[in-house]
Write a protein that binds this ligand. Structure first.
Ligand code: 5GP
Ligand code: MG
Length: 179
């Protein structure tokens, strides 16, 4: 285990098992579509997206949205910034938005609203983790692989000040390292 990690919350094996189940649900739910348009939220979703989509044997197109709301800290700034010059063409597409974690709900809420304004016919949301808490933006993910208590986690895509994304598990940092 990485020396900066206090405890592992979700092991690599548990992630693999749950991704199999979530992929099966998505395959069943989207079976009447001939292709799937995925919009991944950078950077946190990259590991989750790559592992999840390799379990789904559809024609898949991937677009990425660079969105920021934590700005390096451990709590949401409350402001969701879209950092892209150009937004994906989702007109009349059924879109699956993939993100790392659902916290206040503002990021996914705003992404969903924006994709709907861009003409998407349907927007479904899929997250690795949903935090058990009251949301600022009332949003429930259509697919959530795990539910955790309201604590700050890193690993498997999730960072603290740009680091720890490459840990193969999700864990909690030692409190002495977090300011
Ligand atoms: P929301 O907009 O739902 O409050 O937050 C979503 C974004 O905040 C996530 O996509 C993620 O980038 C960041 N975030 C929320 N909770 C955590 C956490 O526990 N750990 C890390 N590393 N990022 C988080
Ligand atoms: Mg994020």
């Amino acid at each position: 285990m990485n020396k900066d990690i206090e405890k592992v919350l979700i092991t690599e094996e548990a992630i693999g098992r749950r991704l199999d189940e979530v992929a099966q649900r998505i395959i069943a739910d989207f079976s009447n579509q001939d292709s799937l348009q995925v919009v991944a939220i950078l950077k946190g979703s990259v590991f989750f997206m790559a592992d999840l989509l390799r379990r789904i044997p559809f024609k898949i197109e991937i677009e990425c949205l660079n969105v920021s709301s934590y700005h390096g800290g451990t709590t949401s700034s409350g402001q969701v910034d879209f950092l892209d010059q150009k937004l994906p063409d989702v007109h009349r597409r059924c879109v699956l938005v993939v993100d790392d974690i659902l916290d206040t709900g503002q990021t996914l809420g705003e992404v969903k609203a924006k994709l709907t304004r861009l003409g998407a016919s349907e927007v479904k949301t899929c997250v690795l983790i949903s935090k058990k808490k009251e949301r600022v933006c009332d949003l429930k993910a259509d697919y959530a692989a795990f539910e955790i208590d309201d604590e700050f986690v890193v690993g498997y895509g999730l960072d603290y000040r740009g680091q720890y994304r490459n840990l193969p598990y999700v864990g909690v940092l030692k409190s002495s390292l977090v300011s």
